[in-house]
Design a protein around this ligand. Structure first.
Ligand code: DX5
Ligand code: ZN
Length: 218
């Protein structure tokens, strides 16, 4: 179903070749490029920040989907807006004022995403539905690629799709997406699938056809 978007996560790419990796996955049919920012505080891992996002931006023709696993968030938003993010996603659990964060993202002219950790129920977004363009359901605990998909989140996706009703909100799935788990979440109402290891383990920048096969199989 081509209304489902595939967003490979460059967390699983060659960090010394981000520009070429972005071009390779887009050339192989990726719809969005998912960019995981980790601060070593909100999550127990450090990836990279706004300067890296700005550096890879010219190598992405389509949507740069930036997932902020950072706390605090607000003081850093401007840097990611300047870096050229098309979607900026903050975690509900990252601070007491996520409503303000979402308003600030939209106020900067960027699509606002809200990510939920596996322990956060669907109902937590009820008062935020009119402030978001995307809800990211984490199907692993954030911090690392290559973890096992948490099946209890499927029911949460179904509940969120009901709560969203006819609002134009994407449901994105992040963590453990592969050809086995993808149909479980699209059937429940998800329409954007992040995939890190399931794409990048099948190719290299110099030999990217495997990326394309993996993207088509999800
Ligand atoms: C996890 C990140 C994910 C991760 C997904 O904290 O937000 O985007 O890279 O990787 P896989 O697809 O390997 O689970
Ligand atoms: Zn992510």
């Amino acid at each position: 179903d081509r209304s489902i978007k595939i967003a490979p996560s460059i967390l699983a790419a060659d960090f010394a070749n981000f520009g070429a990796e972005c071009a390779a996955i887009e050339g192989q049919g990726a719809d969005w490029v998912h960019v995981d920012v980790m601060d070593g505080h909100f999550v127990p891992n450090i990836s990279f920040g706004a300067a890296t996002c700005a550096a890879i931006r010219p190598h992405i023709r389509g949507v740069m989907d930036v997932h902020l696993m950072i706390s605090p968030v607000d003081a850093y938003l401007e840097g990611f807006v300047e870096a050229g993010a098309d979607v900026l996603t903050a975690h509900l659990e990252a601070g007491p004022h996520v409503h303000r964060t979402l308003q600030a993202i939209r106020g900067a002219g960027v699509r606002a995403g809200l990510a939920l950790n596996p322990g956060t129920p669907a109902e937590a977004v009820e008062m935020l539905l009119d402030e978001v363009d995307l809800i990211c359901v984490m199907t692993v605990n954030p911090g690392f690629g290559g973890q096992k998909f948490i099946r209890s989140q499927i029911a949460k996706v179904r509940r969120l799709r009901e709560m969203i009703g006819d609002r134009p909100i994407h449901i994105e799935i992040d963590g453990g997406v592969d050809p086995v788990t993808a149909p479980l979440v699209t059937e429940a109402g998800a329409d954007v699938l992040v995939a890190g290891s399931a794409v990048f383990k099948h190719g290299t920048v110099d030999n990217p056809e495997g990326y394309g096969r993996a993207i088509r199989e999800i």
